[in-house]
Design a protein around this ligand. Structure first.
Ligand code: PLP
Length: 412
């Protein structure tokens, strides 16, 4: 069988929608098109029943109750509602200060966490942006050392979207619980792929998204704890008071039904998917590292998601590498910021140098990734890197044993 190109290896960016999800959504566009807020007729009741069922699936996936699930447009919105909503609700000024309260997060969070926190800082809150160690793992010890008497919120992602590393979420949650501090986690890369139990994992607020778990784009959820403690949030959007007042606006019913279906399938299949993808990712990493010298897997070797590999290649140039592997749809360690290519702030944050960050690839596998595709990616990447290095005088010098850090560069 011939392989269809390009091969999709960017599942951390988004996933294809599962056909079973699409099928579940379809009737809600054309037949069951009511507004779940309409209480007086069958169309409204049908829509409401669809939403109720989706809410059950979403709650079950994370060990919550249905009343604790707020449907949103995705993780960006869930994070905003959680972080800003909690900050405004729990703000407190330490004695003799004009501050509004302190927040703990990490430098390598997704922008959908960093930017809401930065907005709050502009508005008078204070924040600690933890600097992760080289392995990328945020530990409870690191969070503990950052806590202050006026800390009101800790927001630490469950697993990193670029390097796949897994943080000490349960332990961080325990710490926050003991001190009465609200704990939010952006679980976009974790929920639906790995097990969650919001009680055992000590979580107060949790964000996740449909399109990262084979559901539709533009729909997600926020878990808001209702007991021990009952978490309150100041709503950011005013209107019809839907979703217990936390998120006004007519519900995206087909999207929510699809999200629910995606959660139901995820719960049933996550274990076997994780085992299969973990084996394929390991193969990708070990084959590439054994066939090439001077390459490094970024992030902790074991404490990582099964499906995300992030590898840096020495002595190749980033743009050249991306061009050379164009049959593999993946992400690079460069981010386009306005006109220039900047090295990824996540790789920079864990201490990867600018050049190595630029020449990194994030390969993220998914439910329908085949062994054949993985073998193809290994072959393509190894070939591309070898070819690029043949043209690199620096690589020649390196092979001859010249210590490049001691070379005196000519100045023009
Ligand atoms: C994709 C992603 C987001 C953004 O989710 P949307 O649903 O696209 O808004 C936030 N956080 C992480 C970790 C992500 O991977």
């Amino acid at each position: 069988m011939t392989l269809k190109l390009p091969v999709y290896m960017d599942h951390a960016a988004t996933t294809p929608c599962d056909p079973r999800v699409v099928e579940a959504m379809l009737p809600y566009f054309t037949e069951k098109y009511g507004n779940s807020g309409s209480r007086n007729h069958r169309f409204g009741w049908e829509a409401e029943a669809g939403v109720d069922e989706a809410r059950e699936h979403a709650a079950k996936l994370i060990g919550a109750s249905e009343k604790e699930i707020i449907f949103t447009s995705g993780s960006t919105e869930s994070n905003n509602i959680a972080i800003k909503g909690a900050a405004y609700m729990y703000e407190k000024a330490p004695a003799g200060s004009r501050g509004r309260g302190h927040i703990v997060t990490c430098e390598i969070e997704h922008k959908a966490v960093l930017d809401p926190v930065k907005r709050l800082v502009k508005e008078g809150f204070e924040a600690t942006f933890l600097e992760p160690p080289r392995d990328g793992i945020v530990t409870a010890e690191m969070v503990k050392n950052a806590l202050r008497p006026d800390t009101i919120l800790v927001t630490i992602m469950w697993a990193n979207n670029e390097i796949g590393t897994i943080n000490e979420v349960r332990e961080i949650g325990k710490l926050c619980k003991e001190r009465g501090i609200i704990f939010h986690t952006d679980a976009t890369q974790w929920a639906g792929k790995m097990p969650v139990n919001v009680d055992a994992d000590n979580i107060d607020l949790l964000s996740w998204s449909g399109h990262k778990i084979y559901g539709p784009k533009g729909v997600g959820a926020l878990y808001v704890r209702r007991h021990r403690p009952r978490v309150r949030l100041q709503a950011l959007q005013d209107g019809g008071g839907q979703e217990r007042g936390f998120r006004s606006g007519t519900l995206n019913i087909p999207g929510i039904v699809g999200f629910g279906k995606a959660c139901q399938i995820a719960l049933a299949e996550m274990e076997s998917d994780a085992i299969r993808l973990g084996r394929l990712r390991k193969k990708l990493e070990t084959e590439i590292s054994s066939q090439l010298d001077t390459c490094a897997v970024n992030g902790h070797a074991e404490k990582r998601l099964p499906h995300i590999a992030n590898i840096s290649f020495g002595f190749v140039e980033g743009e050249g590498l991306m061009m050379a592997v164009k049959n593999i749809a993946c992400s690079s360690g460069s981010a386009c910021t306005s006109a220039s290519l900047e090295p990824s702030y996540v790789l920079k944050g864990i201490g990867v140098g600018d050049d190595l960050a630029h020449s990194s690839l994030r390969l993220s596998l998914g439910k329908w990734t085949t062994e054949e595709q993985v073998d193809y990616a290994i072959k393509e990447i190894v070939q591309a890197v070898k070819k690029l290095r043949m043209m690199s005088p620096l690589y020649d010098m390196h092979k001859e044993g010249i210590d490049l850090s001691k070379v005196e560069w000519a100045h023009h």
